[in-house]
Design a protein around this ligand. Sequence first.
Ligand SMILES: [Zn+2]
Length: 128
Amino acid sequence: MSDQNKPVECQNCDWKGTEDQVEELQDVSERVGPGETMPVGECPKCGAVAHYMDESDPKTPSPALLEAISDLEAILEDMPEVEPDAEDYDDMEGASSVGIDVGRYETGQAIKPVLTKLRALAGFPTSA
Ligand SMILES: [Zn+2]
């Protein structure tokens, strides 16, 4: 027999245990669709299907993801934090550069939620 102590978790409740603790899976054909991963067995707590714990947890995010995050952070660093004063639009001489700053500010605001999502994907602690 193979290792019976691989970590298993329930897909329905919060039960976690090892392979030798799950019940034998009943009605396999009704409960496992084509293409689905074969469950290890039934959760002893609620009877739902239990699978091996995903050991590819994003504890170590992919280098490509980290690179994308750091690229976005670099872009954001260059963006104005505060929306430029719209009153400056009246000043024709300053208008074009203020317009660029407003555009950059808006782009920065648009990037922020994307960066937040990417950071969450990478498993970074979520902070404001
Ligand atoms: Zn369960």
